[in-house]
Design a protein around this ligand. Structure first.
Ligand code: FDP
Length: 336
């Protein structure tokens, strides 16, 4: 074992000192709670069929998505880690209809956590990347029980955000508002180790990710942009593009943090009324914070995602265009 390795816990202690988050270690404790939940999920996802965690649960979440067994297990692991350690005051989860406050007798902490406990869960049964996404805000200062309105604050108020990617290796990627750092799970010692310090997204790219099967439903701006990408050197963008689609937002954003690119889940005719497909609180905002902190940009095509004022529904949907800054600006140009 490398005794000089920077573990996630050690990193957070240093970070707390630098950023002046709670000096009593509560913020570090909260990140540790989330990391513990992620390690639990990583262990089960890694065993797959051997752990009996594949397949559907036979239930639906608040948005009507069929829940996988692993959606519910991951959700329980997050709730268990967050409600028992006195760092969290309330939660919003993709798998819960309403926000969750702490049961009587539990110590209420200073933070609100919104999470998607198993993003890209349709990949679960085919042994392709899945992940978890989380967003952290301060809880109401007066120590009262949080209500849904306390979560309905724009992404610029997040104090930290991150994801855990369960891929060939598991990676915990975190921003506390001072850059983005990636930690790889060393399963032999059960610790996340800093392996990707200060991740930066290249400004320019020629790689895009979009579910092209939705093409006929897109707005004209996206139709034109993708047509120009496909036209390559012969089109107005004047360069050849490559396309990728992991079908798990965590996988797409991780690729973009590693080598650049843009990820689009735009509004389309079928989801216009709902506002898009992906969720603002626990997908759009945390990923936007990570992407911006790594030098990229995140927009709906019309406005900065982190400035969107939530409507109070924890499952509010949003259009997402994020990644390499110059390319996102180009796509915004197609909208104006
Ligand atoms: P999933 O529904 O499998 O959880 O969170 C929504 C999401 O996955 C994203 O992670 C992913 O990018 C997208 O939806 C996949 O959408 P498609 O089904 O259109 O491929």
């Amino acid at each position: 074992m490398d005794t000089q390795a920077i573990t996630l816990s050690r990193f957070i202690i240093d970070e707390q000192r630098k950023l002046g988050h709670s000096a009593d270690g509560e913020f570090g404790g909260l990140i540790n709670d989330i990391a513990i939940a992620c390690k639990g999920v990583a262990a089960l996802v890694g065993k797959g069929a051997l752990a009996g965690v594949l397949g559907v649960a036979g239930s639906e979440n608040a948005m009507g998505d069929a829940q996988k067994k692993m959606d519910l297990i991951a959700n329980d692991l997050f709730i268990d880690a967050l409600e028992n350690n006195g760092h969290c005051a309330g939660m919003a989860s993709e798998e819960l209809d309403e926000i969750l406050t702490l049961p009587d007798g539990k110590i209420r902490g200073s933070y609100l956590v919104s999470f998607d406990p198993l993003d890209g869960s349709s990949n679960m049964d085919i042994n392709i990347d899945v992940g978890a996404i989380f967003s952290i805000m301060k809880a109401p200062e007066n120590g009262t029980e949080p209500v849904a309105a306390d979560f309905a604050r724009p992404g610029v108020e997040q104090i930290a955000a991150g994801y855990c990617l369960y891929g060939p290796s598991s990676m915990f990627v975190l921003t506390t508002g001072a850059g983005v750092n990636g930690f790889t799970l060393d399963t032999s010692i059960g610790e996340f180790i800093l392996t990707h310090p200060d991740m930066k997204i290249p400004k320019d790219t020629n790689e895009f990710a979009i579910n092209a099967s939705n093409q006929r439903h897109w707005e004209p701006a996206i139709q034109r942009y993708i047509a120009d990408c496909q036209a390559g050197e012969t089109g107005s963008l004047n360069k050849n593009y490559n396309m990728r689609w992991v079908a798990a937002m965590v996988g797409e954003i991780h690729r973009i943090l590693c080598r650049g690119g843009v990820f689009l889940y735009p509004i389309d005719e079928r989801n216009r009324e709902a506002g898009g497909k992906l969720r603002l609180l626990y997908e759009g905002n945390p990923m936007a914070m990570l992407v911006e902190q790594a030098g990229g940009a995140a927009s709906t095509g019309y406005e900065r995602i982190m400035e969107v004022m939530p409507n109070g529904d924890p499952h509010q949907r949003i259009a997402v265009i994020m990644g390499s800054k110059t390319e996102v600006e180009t796509i915004i140009g197609y909208h104006s």
